[in-house]
Design a protein around this ligand. Structure first.
Ligand code: CP
Length: 319
């Protein structure tokens, strides 16, 4: 593995899942793999899980980690080729990235979309600029359109619950949920991309009209606006809000009726409830559901360490 930006960087998804589960069972098995090496973690946006789980994973591999909150402490960075930098940006990525590539053996970047211009966001200018100019492996800690470490974690968590020996595929439902703010499409895009590439589930996406995601990620899934029908017999229900893709970055419906409730879950009594967190309680998901035995969100978030450790192990094993 050279970089970790999307599912395309996972040569064998099941092997990567197994590696993550191995890391969970024996966290210190490769304690010296990263000895003498250093990862830089650049945050252009806030984080709790991604930041700390990746630091723990790096520590388990003997890596030194340096975190830099670029958004709060760094120079405002310019990404546009040929930009006349007479505005607010101070340093071009083509100047900063090669320096960071000399400081670090692996560079991890978190950069959310602007949600203002779809073409700009979907060109993945930030993460691609670091790939172009840094000269070291780049790991996405969530980019403008994808969140691959989250998605690998999600598959690990499904595998832990479902196992390998069942005689049918699990039904996995990704359901839109209400939110008060316009959120990126990264998590649902990425989840759909990984689940489709994995091919080991019956995958259904349900959302209100006008909340269609980009087909490049959802192609292969069953898509319906009927949430209750979608939930019927589900084994895993992944709850997530996202803003509109076509009329980019808007909230049309903040319809509370899309919030998952115990009443709706009568259609899927054996379902496990997933969410990437952070979650707005009693907006996206009710307390009753989140605090019930059906919720596996804590296990899911805890598995972030093992997904990150599996990916860093793969990259370190390359060179
Ligand atoms: N799920 C996730 O990425 O959490 P953080 O935003 O806290 O990193």
């Amino acid at each position: 593995m050279q970089h970790f930006i999307s599912v395309k960087d996972a040569a064998d998804i099941n092997k990567l899942i197994s590696r993550a589960i191995d890391c969970k069972q024996l966290p210190a098995a490769h304690r010296t793999l990263g000895a003498g090496k250093r990862i830089g973690m650049l945050f252009l946006n806030p984080s709790l899980r991604t930041r700390l789980s990746t630091q723990v994973a790096a520590s388990n591999l003997g890596l030194e980690t340096i975190v830099f909150n670029v958004d709060k402490e760094g120079w405002a960075m310019e990404f546009e080729e040929g930009a006349i930098m007479s505005g607010t940006t101070v340093e071009h990525v083509k100047d900063a990235a090669p320096i960071l590539g000399n400081y670090f053996d692996i560079l991890c970047i978190r950069a959310f979309p602007s949600l203002k211009n779809r073409e700009d966001d979907y060109s993945e200018e930030v993460i691609n600029s670091f790939i172009r100019y840094a000269g070291v492996p780049i790991v996405s800690l969530e980019s403008a359109t994808l969140h691959p470490l989250q998605s690998l974690t999600d598959l690990v968590t499904i595998r832990e619950h479902w196992g390998l020996q069942q005689n049918r595929k699990p039904k996995v439902v990704l359901t839109w949920a209400p939110h008060i703010r316009a959120l990126p499409q990264c998590v649902p895009n990425s989840f759909a991309q990984w689940i489709n590439a994995w091919g080991e589930t019956d995958f259904v996406i349900t959302h209100p009209a006008d909340y269609e995601l980009d087909e490049q990620f959802t192609k292969g899934a069953t898509i319906t606006h009927d949430q209750q029908a979608a939930l019927e017999g589900a084994d895993f229900i992944y709850v997530k809000n996202w803003s509109t893709y076509r009329d980019y970055g808007r909230i049309y419906s903040n319809d509370p009726s899309w919030m998952l409730t115990p009443e709706k879950l009568k259609a899927a009594p054996g379902a496990k409830i997933m969410h990437c967190l952070p979650v707005r309680r009693n907006v996206e998901l009710s307390d009753e559901v989140l605090d019930s035995p059906m919720s596996i969100v804590t296990q899911q978030a805890s598995n972030r360490v093992w997904a990150a450790q599996a990916v860093l192990t793969e990259i370190l094993s390359n060179g």
